[in-house]
Design a protein around this ligand. Sequence first.
Ligand code: ATP
Length: 248
Amino acid sequence: TQTETVLEVNNIEVIYNHVILVLKGVSLTVPKGGITALLGGNGAGKTTTLKAISNLLRSERGEVTKGSIQYRGEKVQDLSPADLVTKGVIQVMEGRHCFEHLTVEENLLTGAYTRKAGRGDIDADLNMVYDYFPRLKERRKSQAGYTSGGEQQMVAIGRALMSRPETILLDEPSMGLAPQLVEQIFEIVKNLNENEGYTFLLAEQNTNVALRYAHYGYILESGRIVMDGPAAALRENPDVKEFYLGMS
Ligand code: ATP
């Protein structure tokens, strides 16, 4: 159902290098089976919020110094990123991060490493990924480093799907892609959400496209949520129109 909350971020503060306060009390809830968008300009704190949730801040000398993050009612701040994957939460990082020297298919298979699944299950999932991304099937033997930006974004999402997640944190899927490809990626996200029930929390600077596909949106400015609401309401909001929709 649309109403069960899976992820709850409550008033978190994030500090980098012990001194740089970047998130100044961010709260948000992500309902199961929804597409939730985290919007805002460059440097607003979107990536930091996603990394706080998936516990990827430590390697950047960042720290959650206040507030709490709960997944299915359980405090997850002290879990490793790998443990979170086991709980069903995976992040697709900004900039794709493929293994360039591996083939597309080998990249996808690396996504299944946390699972204790048999080869049969993994093949079934691989086929599921290829059903959603036919282009990856065509390119499966190609070295990932030689595929296009759009294909690499598909590989990154496909690899996340191979871990059998419940919730996918998607960082800036539109980044660096031509408008037509952006639309294609968001269509696939929508299909995955509707047909397979995946929950998405996506960070986007492209307000326009994100609010057409998301159900609910939060707008971040300088580390604070300044507005939130159903996507349809945000699209009609005069401030959003003036400051965000005109820009993208
Ligand atoms: P973008 O779309 O550019 O990724 P964003 O909304 O995702 O923007 P963040 O990447 O979360 O924003 O960055 C928020 C702020 O935190 C920025 O001012 C950035 O300079 C700062 N910041 C990010 N990473 C670090 C770090 N490792 N050390 C210090 N400051 C950082």
